[in-house]
Ligand binder design. Structure first.
Ligand code: SIN
Ligand code: MN
Length: 303
């Protein structure tokens, strides 16, 4: 799936692209059906909400679940990012975020590249997120919030928040968020006919199967989910191969260490049989849990 010139321009300006209903209900269902069993596993790769049993994030399902291994090689997800970055990609991170009914907690304001730089020593921002909704996303179940154009600020100040939620994140403080939102259009409001006029925060909403692609420096967040409806979404964090991480401070199920370029499967891969490798099918290897503050030796950098 190649992007049109106007989509390139829109991405440049706003830092994200939204594709409502890009995947069919049949394709989304194949993925959705696999989630409850994955979430039921008592494994380190399932991070639960603070003080709760609900899963906040499942990591690395593409290493042990067939439908997600196919999604990780899906041309509709990989090719637009390849097009934008102009280079082969590897999978830096793969997660299925729950944001479960009544239980899903907030994601504080942050840039993903802030965490990838500070924790993983990813050299530059040549990496991107591409997300697919497995449930309908509405204003009620904690949609993502973006500050359009905020990616143009590059890496902004962040602090390591280890306490707000169950998952450590490099987050942006409220004063800077206020400034960025003001610069992006302020509070928005309503016109004389009562129609909503968007301001400096946008929330792409749409049916299950919708896809969002966003820049690694785009500032984003999401509120809690107090509704009775799950908001499960899958995020592929794709990194240009030449920009691979230089440190293994986090376990491999969170920040991957295999920099092999992704080879796409055919477009119908979710609905047909195609062989995929599942290297962690029988468990996560002990080496993947080892971490280090050492910068990766220069000879590995050339790989
Ligand atoms: C994220 O920013 O990584 C996740 C946000 C969300 O799922 O709401
Ligand atoms: Mn994020």
């Amino acid at each position: 799936m190649k992007l049109r010139p106007d989509q390139h321009a829109q991405f440049e300006r706003d830092g994200y692209l939204f594709f409502p209903g890009l995947f069919s209900p049949a394709e989304t269902q194949v993925l959705n059906d696999a989630v409850p069993e994955l979430y039921s596993r008592r494994e380190q790769y399932n991070v639960r909400e603070k003080g709760k049993d609900a899963v906040r994030t499942n990591f690395a399902a593409h290493m042990y679940s067939e439908p997600f291994a196919k999604l990780a090689r899906h041309p509709r997800m990989i090719e637009p990012v390849q097009d934008l970055l102009g280079e082969a990609l590897y999978m830096h991170q793969f997660k299925i975020n729950g944001k479960m009914a009544f239980e899903g907690d907030v994601w504080q304001w942050h840039q993903d590249y802030g965490t990838w730089l500070n924790d993983d020593m990813m050299p530059t921002e040549r990496a991107m997120n591409v997300a697919i909704f497995l449930d309908d996303v509405t204003e009620h179940n904690g949609p993502l919030m973006f500050i359009p154009g905020s990616h143009k600020k590059g890496v902004v100040d962040a602090r390591h928040d280890l306490t707000t939620t169950s998952y450590p994140l490099w987050t942006v403080d409220n004063d800077l968020i206020r400034q960025l939102v003001q610069r992006a259009g302020g509070p928005g409001g309503f016109d004389a006919d009562g129609r909503h006029v968007p301001g400096g925060i946008v929330s792409p909403k749409g049916p299950a199967g919708s896809m969002i692609l966003f820049h690694s420096c785009l500032v984003h967040a999401s509120g809690s989910n107090l509704s009775p409806f799950n908001r499960v979404s899958v995020y592929l964090s794709l990194c240009a191969v030449s920009n691979h991480i230089r440190r293994h401070k986090r376990p491999e199920y969170i920040a991957h260490r295999d920099f092999t370029p992704i080879d796409c499967l055919p477009d119908d891969c979710l609905l047909k049989d195609y062989p995929v490798d599942l290297p962690w099918k029988d468990g996560v290897p002990a080496t993947a849990l080892q971490t280090s503050m050492q910068e990766i030796a220069p000879e590995r950098k050339a790989a």
